[in-house]
Design a binder for this molecule. Structure first.
Ligand code: PYC
Length: 341
């Protein structure tokens, strides 16, 4: 036996420590220790993420899914940034119940807040974070000896395309805007569905969101215009416009629902509004989640590249630490992760 603060590690195969946060209601489980990062191949965070996905996907499943996680868990893995090219303070990649995302706004707010508050990152005015989508810049606002809010300047974003797709739940084809904001989004106006965005029909929204994503990916061969890499829509955002604050439900992964207004989703929505002349540079934008939490956003600049209008979007939100955990894998336990859906 051991003391209260220690494990009897006789049966422990592996152990992982995390700091957990939520940003506007959405969790981020941040993997700090337990992973031998020297075994991850590649210099860039994107390459390290690919290496993790090959070698350690079981760690993602262990931390994200039951019995240690749940179907709506979200995670971040801290790694060294690319020393040669990134000029970044840290590297982060993101994971969910199904796989990996290139960029995450709520997750970056959570990581920066937690690492500063726990002394893993010094409290600088700005922090550069290398993600698989590129380097994003975090600007924390400090209060009461901690981090009150964080503003993330996302990667440059753009409207990619618009299409109509047949869907089982509507008689007529559905119009979908495709926007890149670190991830490719399918954006849908809820007016077409004749429903309000709220939590009374979450299951339906999840089914619709996954069907819309699949339909768009069947319809379009998405290629990132600057990297030339094939890509796909990984997130559906169904939004309801309002004079007070637009409200969205965001569906991603294997059918999880973002409790926050979705950082990259807020950037995608602002980029769509800018493109159609409904949001000006520097105009504040309030985006509400399906549970009523909010991010503030702003497009701070626009640029042109190869005939494409790029926005430089920022989002601001608050994350709070919910716990610190040590998760173990007992070698007698045949269940590393499970899902019944
Ligand atoms: O905040 O960007 C975001 C995000 C993506 C998926 C869940 N949250």
């Amino acid at each position: 036996m051991t003391s209260d603060n220690d494990f009897d590690d006789t049966h422990v195969d592996a152990s992982f420590t995390t700091i957990d946060t939520h940003t506007a209601g959405e969790p981020t489980r941040i993997l700090l220790d337990g992973l031998d990062r020297s075994t991850l191949d590649g210099e860039s965070v994107r390459a390290k993420r690919e290496s993790f996905a090959e070698e350690y996907d079981w760690v993602r499943k262990l931390l994200m899914k039951e019995p240690r996680g749940h179907d709506d868990m979200f995670g971040a893995v801290i790694v060294e940034p690319n020393e040669d090219t990134a000029d970044a303070d840290l590297g982060v990649f993101f994971m969910d119940n199904k796989g990996y995302l290139d960029m995450c706004g709520h997750g970056t707010i959570g990581v920066v807040s937690a690492l500063i508050e726990h002394g893993h990152l010094s409290a600088e005015p700005t922090i550069r974070v290398e993600t698989p989508a590129g380097v994003v810049e975090a600007t924390p606002q400090y209060a009461e000896g901690g981090v009150e809010r964080v503003t993330i300047q996302n990667v440059t974003s753009f409207v990619y395309d618009a299409t109509t797709v047949p869907v089982s739940f509507l008689d007529s084809p559905l119009r979908v805007d495709i926007v890149y904001a670190g991830n490719f989004f399918a954006l849908v106006d809820s007016e077409q569905l004749g429903v309000s965005v709220d939590t009374t029909r979450t299951d339906e929204f999840v089914d619709w969101g996954l069907e819309i994503q699949a339909a768009v990916n069947d319809e379009l061969d998405i290629v990132h215009p600057f990297s030339g890499e094939p890509d796909s829509v990984s997130i559906t955002e169904i939004y309801e416009s309002s004079d007070d604050a637009d409200r969205s439900i965001v569906i991603f992964g294997g059918g999880q629902v973002d409790r926050s207004p979705c950082g990259t989703g807020t950037c995608a929505k602002m980029t769509l509004l800018y493109e159609s002349g409904r949001l000006a540079v520097d105009e504040p934008y309030i985006h509400e989640s399906v549970i009523g939490t909010r991010f503030e956003g702003r497009i701070i600049e626009t640029k042109e590249r190869e005939g494409i209008t790029l926005t430089v979007p920022t989002i601001t939100g608050t994350a709070r630490i919910t716990g610190k955990h040590t998760f173990i894998k007992d070698h007698r336990d045949s269940i590393t992760s499970l899902s019944i859906t």
